[in-house]
Design a protein around this ligand. Structure first.
Ligand code: PLP
Length: 439
């Protein structure tokens, strides 16, 4: 295999049949489409190249900066492509949660603009998400940016209509698989492949996988977030199912340890989601069937993500105090109070108000005399034991009251007698017209 350009190596990835002794399906041949073999490491190489290539010459002449709302694989691929064409690349993103990926982007020469998105409640009186604002700004022509716009750009889907989908059909001797399972981020890969497979066989069953609401799986969205994506069309999927971070890591371990596929968490999630879905139909089948799922990227960038969730894999002790172990009963028992009660409580009891949002959001507007301990830092503090005296009442605050409720449950379990969570979070506080200050 000889190539003149590294971008010619994008696509034509292997389709690997997995050993039935591993997945346990009797009547279904399960194949993994190995997108981790793309030259920059992921399925997003295809979309990045498809979105950028037609405009690179013009961008070079004008000295544009390539820009994308991405904190992961699209940014990685674009950073390389931009660098190879002598262009700067800027990644605009919410708080970056995977440190290895941030380091890699910096290594590749990317500039990173970390903006707090709406989930962070930068300024709760301003309902416009900074990311949306940025998006509108960049959409103007002559902005000095080549904005690839992965969440809305049809060329993202096109990369899979012309590449990934036809490759799967060709490798299955001209036939579409009976089942296709993929994780959904921008929806480009799942929508593109589904379009091609349905063209060959309208009866293909397409399963889209999203993260469970309370879980973070890097690269994909949860069911609420996915509806904000311009390319997402529920009509592409027969079923949309959720996977948890735990399932994604279980799948990752099976792929890396038993299949020889060094998959990242979404590859693991796709495997686990595929096996879960297919196991339910396998026993009723009377003929052999074929299923394909996508392995989006590689495991190496996710060591800290896996270590935080499975310390034992790295010979580290389990976190004694973690919100991940909170049960539904504990959550139900944790005290939450509404805004009027919280106002009374703050005035009468002198409780400490702890704002768990990021520092940008806190600095923009916060409850008077609250203190800011961002959730990751709070998790560290709690790891070491109760961070407040037992006689100190504590009110925990976050954007919508979900995170604070989990921490309230955890501190209660740890023996704090009077910790409460602000129901509905800072958004409810704003909606009730209660005072917010900027120092
Ligand atoms: C690791 C990972 N898995 C899955 C996906 C989902 O792919 P798509 O954006 O085509 O829906 C992405 C997208 O960024 C990703 O980075």
């Amino acid at each position: 295999m000889r190539y003149d350009h590294v971008t010619d190596m994008i696509g034509d990835t292997p389709l690997l049949r997995l050993d039935p002794a591993v997945h346990g399906l009797v009547n279904i041949d399960l194949y993994a489409k190995l997108e981790l073999f793309n030259p920059f490491g992921s399925v997003k190489d295809r979309a990045a190249w498809s979105m950028a290539a037609p405009y690179l010459r013009q961008a070079t002449e004008r000295g544009d900066t390539v820009v994308e709302l991405s904190s992961g694989n699209t940014a990685k691929a674009l950073a390389v492509i931009a660098g190879m064409h002598g262009l700067p690349f800027k990644s605009v993103t919410n708080r970056m949660k995977v440190p290895e990926i941030k380091d890699l982007l910096l290594l590749l020469g990317a500039e990173i603009d970390e903006l707090p998105g709406q989930a962070e409640c930068l300024d709760p009186t301003n309902t416009e998400d900074p990311l949306t604002r940025m998006h509108q700004l960049l959409a103007g022509s002559d902005s000095g940016y080549l904005h690839t716009d992965q969440y809305f750009n049809r060329r993202n889907i096109g990369a899979h209509v012309h590449g990934t989908g036809p490759e799967i059909v060709a490798d299955l001797d001209g036939r579409a698989p009976d089942y296709f399972i993929a994780c959904v981020g921008t929806a480009g890969s799942s929508a593109g492949v589904a379009t091609v497979l349905r063209h060959h066989d309208p009866d293909v069953t397409v399963v889209g996988l999203v993260a469970e609401k309370s879980d973070f799986i890097p690269g994909i969205r949860n069911i609420d977030e996915v509806h904000e994506v311009g390319l997402f069309d529920p009509g592409h999927y027969d079923s949309i199912e959720t996977i948890s971070a735990d399932e994604a890591i279980d799948g990752l371990l099976t792929l890396v340890r038993r299949c020889g596929i060094l998959a990242g968490p979404t590859g693991g999630g796709a495997y686990q989601g595929a096996v879960r879905f297919l196991s339910a139909v396998d026993a009723q089948l009377t003929e052999r069937r074929t299923a394909v799922f996508i392995v989006c990227d590689r495991v190496e960038s996710y060591m800290s993500y896996v270590r935080e969730r499975r310390p034992a894999l790295f010979h580290q002790p389990a976190r004694r105090h973690s919100t991940r172990t909170i049960t539904a009963e504990e959550l139900a028992r944790a005290k939450a109070i509404d805004v009027p009660d919280a106002q009374r409580w703050i005035a009468q009891e002198g409780c400490v108000v702890v704002d768990l949002r990021g520092p940008f959001a806190y600095q923009a507007l916060h409850i008077d005399r609250s203190i800011n301990i961002v959730d990751e830092l709070f998790a560290e503090l709690v790891h070491g034991g109760l961070p407040f005296g037992r006689r100190q009442p504590v009110l925990l605050v976050c954007p919508v009251g979900e995170k604070s409720a989990r921490y309230a449950a955890l501190l209660t379990r740890m023996g704090h007698p009077d910790v409460r969570s602000l129901a509905g979070g800072i958004i409810a506080w704003r909606d009730a017209g209660a005072t917010l200050v900027r120092d």
